[in-house]
Design a protein around this ligand. Structure first.
Ligand SMILES: Cc1cc2nc3c(=O)[nH]c(=O)nc-3n(C[C@H](O)[C@H](O)[C@H](O)COP(=O)(O)OP(=O)(O)OC[C@H]3O[C@@H](n4cnc5c(N)ncnc54)[C@H](O)[C@@H]3O)c2cc1C
Length: 505
């Protein structure tokens, strides 16, 4: 058992490839995109640079570990810079809430909205830590493919009241409406509606508190490049611009992957970093997956779609923070329209990214580079994106000009956007969803797609649709689970920096 193929070079795929290489496999990673990184692509337009996807780095140790597998140091490849405030919330009435830094900083900000919520915030942090100690520390990198692994956790999950939603938990501790919104947005970062996402995801709150929020200098694209360099150094073969169309199963094992040009690649182990819905629906024949995978595929509830607008400005908006969460007038009703509606709402809430606040290399001198993300319904809704896309772009630019980016229309350059149809086409993401299946309790842990493939015995799955879930810490942890599950190779292939590995299955 020697060769492993990783299908998909998102962060979950890259982390899997590195872990299997360190384990002693010969590894090839294949992706249909022309660049590594999956959703973390990079766009460049005449001196302006845009990270296409993830921008917020949390839990930096998870990245460091990938370099340490080969006795290397992440700091020698890419610099992480702490960002403060972590986010600025901008509310529809023009008020702003700076979130981040020390607990005292946050308490002082809370006092501006409602001093009585200061005590509640301390309780919320304590509760988030309790959830984090179980949900992240104990469970995020452990396999959940056996029903016993789930049953064993039920008492702990009940004790933590995982049946409560993020919104319910936050509302128990915080009474000010705006603060409730600010402290409940985290599920949106992994594709969930705070009003039905299990409060287990409140662990993100403590994750941010524990390690802060960082930016990779040069952007997330620079982090991807650093991991690409590491992969090359340790002998991982990278094949880009190539889609894997089918996985051929003989007996109980996958024997080869069929590529878009009909050529075939054989291997002993296959790791899919594709959206599991695409994997089980389109890459495997229906005979090859088990009943559980079929059920999960049929009943899947997807995350929302994303409309991401990229643009440069010929001036600097120095008073706009690195990360702004721009909230519209409606919160609960807007989220309902996004997650359950059949059409594009007229209004929106936005995440505004201004990387030039931390790293001027993203734009020419004295200019800014921006990306603005609006959660929107995924392609299950009846939206004609060709007609609606330009209208939404105009509405977003108008709203930003009226609020945090005065004179935007005079200064905007190189504007373009991605809509859910682009996500479907570029990343083979089911219904163009931004984060694969939603983080509902009924789609978490054992109920989520398993990291041990649900069908062929030599298939493993990492990435947003698998345990523990979406977001960079989630998908990198999913590769750790895969590492635990994949047997050591029978014969190891030398890496440039060999690591001690157990021999034998
Ligand atoms: C706009 C946006 C902003 C985000 N912001 C953040 C953030 O700030 N912080 C954070 O932690 N998370 C963020 N996320 C979430 C995070 O980016 C994702 O959850 C994570 O990157 C997904 O990684 P993945 O391993 O699932 O792979 P993906 O990124 O989904 O990549 C999978 C790759 O596999 C390829 N592929 C699929 N099928 C095949 C096939 N058959 N053959 C070949 N290739 C195939 C796809 O083309 C793709 O390149 C954001 C996501 C988006 C979209």
């Amino acid at each position: 058992m020697n060769k492993a193929i990783v299908i998909g070079a998102g962060f979950g795929g890259i982390a899997s490839a590195l872990r299997l290489r360190a384990k002693g496999y010969s590894v090839q990673i294949i992706d249909k995109c022309e660049r590594l990184g999956g959703r973390a692509q990079v766009f460049e337009r005449e001196g302006y640079k845009f990270d296409a996807g993830p921008t917020v780095i949390t839990a930096p140790f998870l990245f460091n570990e990938l370099f340490e597998l080969f006795d290397k140091s992440r700091e020698d490849y890419v610099e992480f810079k702490a960002v403060n405030p972590w986010y600025q919330f901008y509310f529809a009435d023009g008020t702003r809430f700076n979130y981040g830094g020390s607990i005292e900083n946050t308490l002082n900000e809370i006092a501006k909205f409602n001093p009585e919520d200061q005590k509640g915030y301390l309780d919320l942090v304590k509760k988030s830590q309790e959830i984090f100690d179980v949900g992240f520390t104990q469970l995020s990198d452990k396999p959940f493919h056996s029903v016993w692994s789930m049953l064993r956790q039920i008492p702990a999950l009940l004790k933590l009241r995982s049946d409560r939603t993020v919104w319910q938990l936050v509302s128990r501790h915080i009474s000010n409406e705006k603060l409730r919104q600010a402290f409940s947005v985290q599920p949106l970062l992994v594709g969930g509606n705070p009003f039905n996402t299990t409060s287990i995801y409140n662990l993100i709150h403590f994750l941010e508190r524990k390690w802060g929020i960082h930016f990779a200098m040069g952007g997330t694209g620079a982090l991807v490049d650093a991991l690409g360099k590491l992969m090359t150094e340790v002998g991982i073969e990278i094949k880009l611009g190539t889609e894997v169309r089918q996985l051929v199963v003989e007996g109980k094992q996958i024997t080869k992957a069929v590529l878009a040009d009909n050529s075939e690649v054989e291997a002993d182990i296959f790791i899919s970093n594709a959206d599991p819905l695409h994997l089980y629906r389109n890459m495997l024949s229906s005979r090859s997956s088990n009943l559980l995978a079929k059920l999960k595929t049929k009943r899947a509830k997807l995350s929302m779609g994303l409309f991401v607008l990229y643009f440069g400005t010929t001036k600097k908006y120095a008073d706009v923070e690195h990360h702004t969460i721009w909230l519209g007038k409606r919160y609960k009703a807007l989220l309902r329209d996004i997650f359950q509606g059949d059409s594009l709402p007229d209004d929106f809430s936005l995440y505004v990214h201004r990387p030039t606040a931390t790293d001027p290399s993203f734009a020419p001198d004295g200019h800014d580079s921006f990306y603005v993300l609006a959660p929107v319904p995924n392609l299950k809704a009846n939206i004609d994106w060709r007609a609606e896309g330009p209208v939404l772009m105009k509405r977003i630019i108008d709203a930003l000009e009226r609020t945090i980016l005065p004179d935007l229309k005079k200064h905007i350059v190189h504007e373009f956007y991605m809509n859910p149809e682009d996500f479907q086409r570029e990343y083979l993401s089911e219904a163009g969803a931004g984060f694969s299946i939603a983080p509902l309790f009924s789609q978490s842990a054992w109920f989520r797609f398993h990291n041990r493939g649900e069908g062929p015995s030599n298939l493993y799955v990492s990435g947003a649709g698998t345990h523990p879930g979406a977001g960079l810490p989630g998908v990198i942890s999913s590769a750790k689970v895969v590492d635990r599950l994949v047997p050591s190779p029978i014969r190891q292939v030398e890496t440039t920096q060999p690591r001690e590995v157990e021999v034998g299955v």
